[in-house]
Design a protein around this ligand. Structure first.
Ligand code: 5GP
Length: 202
């Protein structure tokens, strides 16, 4: 058996800075970012097929019915889901696959794929989170209020994750995430194949 990739699941409240950290991690081509499908409208600057696959409710519901989603959820009135198609192919190629999904989806992935590694990114505080969302300026005040309320519920779920990190200064946060990735890559679960290799070469 050869080295398979690891399935990483990254969660954190909207606006906590997940995207910025992940864009640094994804500069390394050992990683593959799973592009989710959503029924939410694109934000300015978001591209179809890059940030999300933006699809209609009808297409989404058809994909669920046909078993083409690893997991999905309804979040603040829109569907979000992980299309199954490329994930297993990338893991078999030895790439680490990153899913950036919310807490309910993360729990579902852990149940379906117990060898996945769950990482939660905490904002420094809820006050700071509100400040970041307001600064981003892509949501109305009403949506921001809903997302802040949701954030407090999500943060309570962080205790069920394998790893928790705080998003403070970017370079420190990126270093923290790399440390978590290295730990997962050295875990016994990810290295069973090495034991066989060593024994075969006795
Ligand atoms: P946003 O609208 O801010 O892009 O995303 C809202 C929330 O949906 C975020 O917490 C994001 O991580 C989550 N999300 C994005 N894609 C998926 C997905 O495929 N499945 C699930 N369960 N959540 C997702």
């Amino acid at each position: 058996m050869s080295k398979k990739g690891i399935l990483f699941v990254v969660s954190g409240p909207s606006g906590c800075g997940k995207g910025t950290i992940l864009s640094e991690i994804l500069k390394d081509d050992r990683f593959y970012y799973s592009v989710s499908a959503t029924t939410r409208a694109p934000r300015p600057g978001e591209q179809d097929g890059v940030n999300y696959r933006f699809i209609t409710r009808e297409s989404f519901e058809m994909a669920i019915k046909e078993g083409r989603m690893l997991e999905y959820t309804e979040y603040c009135g829109n569907y979000y889901g992980t299309p199954l198609d490329v994930i297993d192919q990338k893991l078999a190629e030895g790439k680490n696959v990153i899913l950036e999904i919310e807490v309910e989806g993360a729990g579902n992935v852990k149940r379906i794929r117990p060898d996945s590694v769950l990482i939660f990114i905490l904002p420094p505080s809820v006050k700071e989170l509100r400040h970041r969302l307001e600064k981003r300026g892509t949501e109305t005040a009403d949506v921001i209020d809903r997302r802040i309320k949701k954030a407090s519920e999500e943060i309570r779920c962080a205790a069920g994750y394998d790893y928790i990190m705080v998003n403070g200064p970017l370079d420190e946060a990126v270093a923290d995430m790399k440390t978590i990735i290295s730990a997962a890559e050295m875990s016994s679960a990810a290295n069973k194949y090495k034991i066989d290799e060593v024994l075969e070469n006795a």
